[in-house]
Design a protein around this ligand. Structure first.
Ligand code: PLP
Length: 430
């Protein structure tokens, strides 16, 4: 007997390369808001949000209607060929919500591509060769972007040599290092000093490339203090401070961008994921002056700024305006419940994050990270109707990333399921 699941799996195994694997034990037929329906008719809360892309939830009606209307007008043009309205609308919408320093936009397709473009802009416009990145950062999987990615060594395995003149320095990880945030900041800044003393002259560095909150690397937010120190250092040496906000952007952390939450301005902002609520689009933004240093024709893209994705982006941004002010309440509700869970469950080693980008780190009785604990929690949660993803180099951090407009009912239901899953896992572990 072959059920639908088996036939999809068998077909996938024949034609899809195994390098890409699927976490879920189910296949999805359709999805709306924070819920998905499997091919066997089960409904689950989808707190993976398509890896932090659908901040307004699945199939948001305003985004869907903007997309449908754009399809009637123009669905491909290419920004190297001619202008079209949805491209300009989307650029205006994005520039309206980015930090002050960001005045112009270049649209691309994916986060990795945007990171590469940001580094090309930084290198060409400063005429400097080197880039400094922060250990645990994730910036994508293309050959260029994976050279900046150090969230897991596995992502680089078999691909060396990568880009040269990329220097990696520690990102403050207070929980991992067993110290306070202030001490972690001091330690990371001391390492950066060492880097500039021994490895690369500041005058040869084009950019400091940082996620202001590490995503794939385990949901570690940087402090305002740390980023301000980087800002001052960059200003002093003519280095560009580049924020990769591919995962943190578009309301995820309680404001449009984490730069605004933490009060530190980047020179270049990298955006992707939630920019068009799940349609493929990414962007880099910088000042007009900075873009003057990027020579016309020295970058391009066939699909970047696709008319349909741009229409989705404008509708997405218009609708996020009313949603973002509610993020803080939902966030406090979740943080409150997680600290109650931590008081009852020693497997919760750390709770961290901002807004609705929350990481719950699961640890063994010796305080060591445990992937097995995550997998047990995952299975329980999935069986009870909640789909979540892990993050962190050890695969032991629960990523809690609901749609930003999740109802209180669905939020509470997800928290109840997680609480049960965590306490069942904890009981089994003792
Ligand atoms: C911070 C960050 N930068 C870049 C990327 C790469 O984006 P993409 O997968 O769209 O290439 C990701 C993806 O997870 C990300 O989280």
């Amino acid at each position: 007997m072959t059920d639908h699941r088996d036939s999809l799996k068998n077909r996938a195994d024949r034609v899809l390369a195994p390098v890409l694997s699927h976490r879920a034990s189910f296949d999805v037929a359709h999805a709306t808001g924070s819920r998905l329906t499997t091919t066997t008719g089960r409904e689950l809360l989808d707190f993976s949000t398509g890896i932090a892309c659908i901040n307004l939830g699945h199939n948001h009606p305003a985004v869907a209607s903007s997309v449908a209307s754009q399809l009637d007008h123009l669905w491909h043009g290419g920004w190297g060929t001619y202008r079209y309205e949805s491209l300009i609308d989307a650029a205006e919408s994005v520039v309206n919500v980015t930090p002050q320093s960001i005045e112009q936009i270049v649209f691309l397709n994916s986060g990795a591509e945007a990171v590469e473009a940001a580094m090309k802009l930084a290198r060409q416009s400063t005429d400097r060769p080197c880039v400094v990145t922060f250990r645990g950062g994730f910036h994508g999987r293309t050959m260029g972007s994976v050279s900046y990615t150090t969230s897991k060594a596995e992502y680089r395995k078999g691909y060396h040599p990568l880009l040269s003149s990329v220097f990696v320095t520690p990102f403050p990880h207070p929980f991992e290092w067993g110290v306070s945030q202030d001490t972690a900041d001091e330690m990371a800044l001391a390492s950066l000093d060492q880097l500039f003393k021994h490895d690369a002259m500041p005058g040869e560095v084009a950019a400091l490339l940082i996620e202001p909150m590490q995503g794939e690397g385990g949901y570690y937010p940087a402090s305002t203090n740390f980023l301000s120190e980087l800002r001052s250092f960059a200003d002093e040496h003519g280095i560009l401070l580049v924020f990769d906000e591919v995962q943190t952007g578009f309301g995820r952390t309680g404001d449009w961008f984490l730069a605004q939450v933490l009060g530190v301005e980047p020179d270049i902002l990298v955006m992707g994921k939630a920019i068009a609520n799940g349609l493929p689009l990414s962007a880099i933004g910088a000042s007009t002056k900075r873009f003057e240093g990027w020579l016309p024709g020295s970058h391009g893209s066939t699909f970047g700024g696709n008319p349909v994705s741009c229409a989705a982006a404008s509708a997405n941004i218009a609708n996020l305006r009313d949603v973002i002010p509610g993020v803080e309440d939902r966030s406090s509700r979740a943080f409150q419940r997680f600290s109650e869970m931590q008081a009852e469950n020693r497997i919760i080693g750390d709770i961290r994050g901002l807004g609705l980008m929350i990481g719950i780190e699961l640890v063994n009785s010796d305080g060591k990270p445990s992937k097995e604990l995550f997998e047990d929690v995952y299975k329980e949660a999935e069986a009870d109707g909640l789909f979540i993803l892990p993050c962190g180099p050890n695969g032991n951090v629960i990523r809690f990333i609901p749609p930003l407009n999740v109802s209180n009912e669905d939020l509470d239901k997800a928290l109840d399921i997680l609480e049960d899953a965590i306490s069942t896992t904890q009981q089994a572990a003792t």
